[in-house]
Design a protein around this ligand. Structure first.
Ligand code: FE2
Length: 147
């Protein structure tokens, strides 16, 4: 019997990286609103909520790309970053936004379909903005705490 080669066999690394991104974007979606709920400053609260909303669109693009490339989206989450203070929490978020940038950049390099590749190149560009936004939050929090 002739075996059918799926995209998953041909591009296992793409599916693996995409699923890693899906997990990351989903943890951003769920953690930002929870973090926002513990922030008193209205401006910082809105920035945190906005960061969570951006990730919803990214997660949808990633999940659809996995299916389009013959893989199966794996739905699981990272644990919530437990800390008493917002600064260490946002430092973790900053690392996650940086990881999202590196994953979406790798995905853009691996994806053979030019249109889909374009979506990931744009997402990587958006992650650069998210990194700036988290850095702005961290500097506002630093000012507040007199760091
Ligand atoms: Fe992001």
């Amino acid at each position: 019997m002739k075996s059918v080669k799926t995209t998953k066999d041909v591009y296992p690394r793409i599916i693996e990286v995409l699923n890693q991104s899906l997990k990351l974007e989903y943890s951003l979606i769920t953690h930002y609103p929870r973090i926002a709920s513990s922030i008193d400053d209205e401006e910082i609260k809105k920035m945190a909520i906005r960061l969570g909303e951006y990730s919803t669109r990214h997660a949808d693009i990633v999940a659809r790309a996995i299916q389009e490339l013959g893989g199966e989206p794996i739905w699981n989450l990272d644990p919530f970053p437990e800390s008493a203070s917002l600064i260490p929490i946002f430092r973790i978020q900053l690392d996650k936004e940086k990881l999202a940038l590196s994953l979406h950049t790798e995905e853009a390099n691996l994806i053979p379909n030019p249109m889909l590749r374009g979506k990931f190149t744009r997402m990587a560009e958006e992650e650069k903005e998210h990194i700036k936004l988290v850095e702005a939050i961290l500097s506002k929090l630093g000012e507040k705490e007199g760091l």
